[in-house]
Design a protein around this ligand. Structure first.
Ligand SMILES: [Zn+2]
Length: 81
């Protein structure tokens, strides 16, 4: 199934938080002036990669909607555990 970045954009605009179908990936709007995320519009978090130590536990800064969509697509791990 191709990743639906329109849905991602609408979801983020509406609720400020996107949760993937499998519940592993979260993308939320970054707080303006939040320390450490200057310039990043969103913060992406992947439970699978976070557990494996592949992404920072605090999440990965995403600078625009395109980066957010790429993060969500890249972390669509399916049933891999
Ligand atoms: Zn991941």
């Amino acid at each position: 199934m191709p990743f639906d970045d329109d849905l991602l954009e609408r979801t983020l605009a509406f609720s400020g938080t996107y949760l993937s179908d499998d519940g592993q990936v979260t993308i939320r709007r970054s707080l303006v002036r939040s320390a450490g995320y200057s310039g990043a519009r969103f913060v992406g978090h992947c439970a699978v990669c976070s557990r494996a130590g592949r992404t920072p536990s605090t999440g990965e800064p995403l600078f625009d909607m395109r980066a957010a969509a790429q993060f969500a697509a890249a972390h669509d791990h399916g049933d891999v555990d």
